[in-house]
Design a protein around this ligand. Structure first.
Ligand SMILES: O=c1ccn([C@H]2C[C@H](O)[C@@H](COP(=O)(O)O)O2)c(=O)[nH]1
Ligand SMILES: [Zn+2]
Length: 153
């Protein structure tokens, strides 16, 4: 998830930066992505989230999950886990399912009650072969203290 958060920092979306990181069963990174405009279109398309439909980002932006899946170095995604900083929308859920990913770990669920999220959850919940989990800080391995034991005076 730390790598997904780092990827999100590259996003130029002024409102919501999303990062995704796909790892294989050995926890090796096989793809990363963040929400960005399509290749070659950067700087030419709007990032606004309000206003007329054609002047809003939504119909242009490539989602973090799409980019992570497209950027992948591995042909077969079966058994892989995607770490994503925002709960995947319905379109990303479809991509995740069709790509054969086995686990989705998400951080923010800020659009929990939006139709896109409800539809996404509905699809992901139907599948017993795709595990959906909320990220928990407990999953981070806290380093063991090292150095000399403190001396009592
Ligand atoms: O599954 C998802 C859902 C959304 N995104 C991206 C698309 C947009 O750039 C932002 C959302 O913008 P808001 O201003 O918060 O509506 O998140 C994504 O990458 N993956
Ligand atoms: Zn999406």
């Amino acid at each position: 998830m730390a790598v997904a958060l780092l990827s999100a920092k590259r996003s130029k979306d002024p409102n919501t930066q999303v990062g995704a990181c796909i790892v294989n069963q050995e926890n090796k990174i096989v793809g990363t992505g963040y929400n960005r405009m399509p290749n070659g279109c950067d700087g030419e398309l709007p990032w606004a989230h309000t206003g007329p439909k054609l002047e809003r980002k939504y119909i242009y932006v490539c989602h973090a999950e799409l980019n992570a899946i497209i950027n992948k170095s591995k042909a077969d995604m079966n058994g892989c886990t995607i770490y994503v900083t925002l709960f995947p929308c319905n379109e990303c859920a479809k991509l995740i399912i069709q790509a054969g990913l086995s686990e989705v770990v998400y951080l923010s669920d800020k659009y929990h009650d939006e139709d896109e999220t409800i539809a996404s959850r509905r699809m992901l919940d139907l599948l017993t072969n795709v595990l959906l989990e909320e990220w928990s800080e407990i999953q981070i391995n806290t380093p063991k203290p090292c150095g000399k034991p403190s001396q009592k005076s």
